[in-house]
Design a protein around this ligand. Sequence first.
Ligand code: ATP
Ligand code: MG
Length: 568
Amino acid sequence: MRWTRTLVTTLRDDPQEAEIASHKLMVRAGLIRKLSGGLYTFMPLGLRALQKVAQIVREEMNRAGAQEILMPALQPAELWERSGRLAAMGPGMFKLRDRAERLMALGPTHEEVVTELLGGEVSSYRQLPCTVYQIQTKFRDEIRPRFGLMRAKEFIMKDAYSFDTSLEAADASYQAMYDAYTRIFKRCGLDARAVEADTGDIGGKWSHEFMVLADSGEDGVIDCPVCGYAANQERAERKVAEANETCGAVEEIATPNVRTIDDLVAFFACPAERFIKTLVYVADGKPVVALVPGDRDLNEHKFKRLLGAKKLELADDATVQQVTGAPVGFAGPVGLAVPVYADQSLKGAAGRITGANKADTHITNVDLTRDATVAAYEDLVIVGGGDMCPRCGKPLQVKRGIEVGHVFKLGTKYTEAFDAAYLNAEGQRELMVMGCYGIGVTRTLQAVIEQCHDADGIAWPVTVAPFAVTLLLLDPKDAAVCEVVDTLERELQAQGIDVFTDDREERPGVKFKDADLIGCPIRVVVGAKGLAKGGVEIKLRTSKDVAIVPVADAAADIVARIRAMRQD
Ligand code: ATP
Ligand code: MG
C-alpha cells in the first residue's frame, strides 16, 4: 500500500481530550478519528490492525471448537424483561422504539438473544456441548466514556456462549475458553493475566477477568507475589486476625460537630482504626448496616453479594435519621433494630469508639460482641496493598489493570428464564448449563498500544501491526530508487508480507518520525545515497541497530526477520 493513496494523516501534537498514551498515539498515528464522545471511526491503518486482532480471536475460537454466528444488534426489549435485566441495565442500555412503538434495545451483550436462540435449536443431549460466538458491535451508554476505545459507547466485542448438559461439562467448556483466551492475548503480544473477578450484572457463579497490567488501567488488581493469588480489587479477599480485645463499660462523650473519621481522629487523638465506621445502606428497599474499621472502606460489591441484593445504595440522610435516630455522622451499632453486618476484622473488637445514635455524641469502650447484635462477621472491606493474602498470608500488592476479557460460569440463570431445555438420554427435560465469554476486541487493540510503545510512537508486535514493514522511499523522483522499491514490494508481497510504502514528497526527517510514530515492526529505507553505499537500510522498530543489506538480499533478510519475530 502506498501512503499517497491511503487516508493517513499523522499529527504532531497530542489531541486535547486524550489522557493516556495509547489514545494519544492512536489519534496521532491516524488510526482512529473521533465522531463524538465514545464514538470513533477506524481509519485504514487502524482498521487493518483491528482486523488482525479479530482474526486471531476468530482462529482461536474456531480452534477451541466454538462456532461463529452473527446475531442482530437490535433486540426486542421484551427479552430483557424476561431475564429481569431491563431494570438492572437501566440507562446503560440504549433503548428506542420501532414504528409499532415496540421497545427495542441496542445490544450491550447477548445472553438473552442467544439463550432464546439455542433454546429453540437444541432439543437433545446429542447436540451438546455447543459453544457459539460472534464478533460484533455492542452499545453501552457508559457514564464516562473515555480513553478512546477503552471505554466507548459503541465497541466491538467477541462474545461466546457455551451450552452444556451438566455443571461438570460446563466446567470443561469454561476451561477451553480460558485456555483460548490465554493463547489469544499471547498471540496479540500482550502480557495479560487471569484474575478472580466479581460477576456484576451479567450474574452467575464464578468468573475470571483477563487483565493487561498498565498504570492507566481502570481496575485495581490485587496480586500476591508469593503464591500467585490474583483478583480484581472488587472481588479480592484478605486474611485477618481476630481482634480478641476486652474493655470496661461503655461511656458517652459529647462530640459536638465531630462527624467524620478525620474529625474523630483529631478529637480523640487516637488512630482511625480504633473507630468503627457505621454505614447505613438500603438493600432492595430495606435498610441494613455495615461496620468497618475507621481506616477502611466498605467494598459494596462484597456487601451486595453477601446480602444477595439486586440493588444496594447508600441511605439518604432521612433514612439514616430514621434508622439511627440521629443526624448523619453519629451512627453506631449499639441498639439498632436493623440487620448489622461487620467486617471480619471486627470480630472480638472491644475498646472501640463509635457513634451513639444521638446527635453530637459518640461512645467509647464499645465491645461489639457485648454491646451490639451483629448478624454476621464477613470479609467486607476493599483489600489494599499490605493486607494479608487469603491463601498464604503474605503481604498483597495492588496494581492497575485493563480488563480485556472476561469468562463467566452462568449456571442456569438464563436457561431458566427462557426455559431453554433439552431431553437427556432418559428422555427427561433438563435445563442447559451456560457459560459466557467476552473479549473487548477494540479495547484489546488499544491495550496492545498501551503496552507496546515508547516516546517516539507505537511499537507494534508483528502479529497485529497494520503492516509488518514500512518502506521509506526517500527519493520518489529517482527512477533507480523507485525501481528498487517496486521490486522489493513485489518480492515481499509474493511472500505474503504487507508493506506500507511512504512515497510522499517529504523530507527524510519527517518520514523517519512518522515511521516511528506508526510503529511497524520493520523499517526499510531505500534512497539514492544508501544505494550508492551498497544497499538498503533495515532496522527493527524496537532496536537502534541499522543493517545495510545489498538490494538482492533484502527481501530474504526481511522475511527471515519477520519469521523470527513470529516465533517469539
Ligand atoms: P468494564 O468493567 O470495563 O465496564 P464489563 O465488566 O462491563 O467491563 P463485560 O460486560 O464483561 O465488561 O464485557 C466483556 C468485555 O468487553 C470486557 O472485558 C471489555 O474488554 C469489553 N468492554 C466492556 N465495556 C466496554 C466499553 N465501554 N468499551 C470498550 N470495551 C468494553
Ligand atoms: Mg461495564
